[in-house]
Design a protein around this ligand. Structure first.
Ligand SMILES: CC(C)(COP(=O)(O)OP(=O)(O)OC[C@H]1O[C@@H](n2cnc3c(N)ncnc32)[C@H](O)[C@@H]1OP(=O)(O)O)[C@@H](O)C(=O)NCCC(=O)NCCS
Length: 175
C-alpha cells in the first residue's frame, strides 16, 4: 500500500527500515510528548513487525514517510489503535526533526485523512495531542480537525482532535 503526495511517498514499513527507525526512536525530539525514547533495537524491530502484521491482516497502520526519489524513512504518519480509546482510529505522526516546519506532516496527514475517508470509508478519525504540543495541534487544525474532548491518556492531559466522515464529505475539495 502506498500514498503519494506532491513531495512524498508514504509506503508500507519494511524490515530494512529498522536501523533508521531505531535512530529516530532514540532521538528525544522525535519522541517529544511520548513516554520516552527507545534505545533498544529490538523495540524498534517489534514496532516494525507489529505494523507489518497489521498490514498483512488488512488493519490500517502507520506509513513510512519518504521524500520522492529518496528511500530513507523520515518518520511515520498513519493509523494507530489504542485499547484505552476503543472504537477509535488515530492518525498519528512523528518526523525527523531536521525536516520540521516545512509543511511535510501537514501534507502527509492530509493524504492519510483522505485515504481514511475515501478508500477505507472510516466513520471518524481522531488525533490524541498533548495541549502543549503546538506543532501537532497546528497540523491537526490545518487538516480541518477540531477538539472534540479532553481526556487523560497514559496519565497525561490529552486533547481529542476529531473529524467525522460527514464533515470531510461536506468540505471535500476545500483543502
Ligand atoms: C508534530 C510534527 C510531526 C509536525 O511535523 P512538521 O512537518 O514539522 O509539521 P508542519 O510543518 O506541517 O506544521 C507545523 C506547524 O506548527 C507550527 N509550529 C512549529 N513550532 C511551533 C511552536 N513552537 N508554536 C506554535 N506553532 C509552531 C509551524 O509554524 C507549522 O504551522 P504553520 O504552517 O501554520 O506555520 C513534528 O513537530 C514532530 O515530529 N514532533 C515530535 C513528535 C510529535 O509531537 N508527534 C505528534 C504527537 S501527537
Amino acid at each position: 500500500m502506498e500514498l503519494q503526495t506532491r513531495r512524498m511517498i508514504l509506503r508500507s514499513f519494511r524490515e530494512e527500515d529498522v536501523d533508521t527507525m531505531a535512530e529516530l526512536f532514540a532521538n528525544p525530539d522525535f519522541m517529544r510528548f511520548s513516554l520516552g525514547i527507545h534505545t533498544e533495537r529490538k523495540k524498534t524491530l517489534a514496532f516494525i513487525e507489529k505494523v507489518m502484521g497489521w498490514d498483512r491482516a488488512g488493519i490500517p497502520s502507520p506509513f513510512a514517510v519518504t521524500l520522492r526519489g529518496e528511500n530513507t524513512v523520515m518518520g511515520y504518519c498513519g493509523f494507530l489503535h489504542h485499547p484505552e480509546v476503543p472504537g477509535e482510529v488515530e492518525i498519528g505522526y512523528r518526523l525527523n526533526p531536521k525536516h520540521w516546519n516545512r509543511g511535510l506532516i501537514t501534507e502527509a496527514a492530509r493524504a492519510v485523512r483522505d485515504h481514511a475517508f475515501a478508500d477505507l470509508k472510516l466513520p471518524r478519525v481522531i488525533s490524541l495531542i498533548h495541549p502543549e504540543n503546538l506543532p501537532s495541534r497546528r497540523v491537526a487544525e490545518k487538516n480541518g480537525m477540531k477538539v472534540d474532548n479532553e481526556i487523560t491518556f497514559r496519565g497525561f492531559p490529552t486533547l481529542v482532535y476529531a473529524m467525522n466522515r460527514e464533515l470531510w464529505l461536506a468540505n471535500r475539495g476545500a483543502s
